[in-house]
Design a protein around this ligand. Sequence first.
Ligand code: SF4
Length: 298
Amino acid sequence: MKQVSFTQLMTYVRCPEHYLFRYVLGIRRQPRKVFKHGFAMHETLQYHFEQKKADGKGIALAEAKEFFVDSFGSALEDYKQELEEARPYLTREYLSKEKHVNVGDMIDTGLKGLEVYFRHLNPYIDPDLVEEPFAFSVRPGLEVVGRMDLTDKKDVIHELKTTRVTPNHQDIRTDAQISIYQIGYKEVTGRAPKGLSKDYIVLSKNNSKIVRFRVVRPFIDKKTVLRSIETIMDAVQKNIFFCLHPAESWICSKEWCAYYKLHQEIKKLGFQAFMEKYAPRYHSRRQSSTLDTKGKNA
Ligand code: SF4
């Protein structure tokens, strides 16, 4: 059974080449302080809601802040190691950008983010499922797996995000993740959710705030989601990995993309030669199929 997660699917949607490097070749290379920060915020709120589910109250804001600082601290230890391992493969621009990300500022904004979350959103959420795993079939032999951040006792799914840019309502209209959550929720509980909420903590030094968008049902229907997943996985199966980003796109830049050097290399070598270099299994599979063909032709 082939399993695919939402993160993997979205990686392909954002950049098929990135999917190739990360999931086909298994090259993990994206050390970023901001990811560790998001992880620590997520872990803190997960811990809080697990407690709240058990005792009706959860942890106090002061404890949440302490938990966040500890969690971020240990995530940064992992980050240092990941950065050292990846350093030879990263561009100068990427490393310089990372170097200038200020950890002190990140702690401040995280603490302010928790304050606004506890003041404006926490009182209204009565948790039901916290980090609940789900799985559903797309077709025989293909399954989507994932976890829902949080659902409440009113059958509303909450997707928690931290961001530095104020989001807009369009985000929820185009969000395939909430469609996947909706299917997952039905699989787990046997009922359709009554609502879907995207809860953003907008992080800022002076003006952190909560922005929330709620809908009754996703804009992308189940059929469309399943068809898109099948299409992506068929493309992966057929080795369709391309770069669509224009040269000046921020996403495809030396500062942002941790795979930029590989990106240059695949452009230079071409797909076959690149795969022969980085995927020995792919190489031996090709060789044996060439031998088979030769055998058949002989
Ligand atoms: S360099 Fe561009 S195309 Fe290549 S993995 Fe990065 S974002 Fe994708």
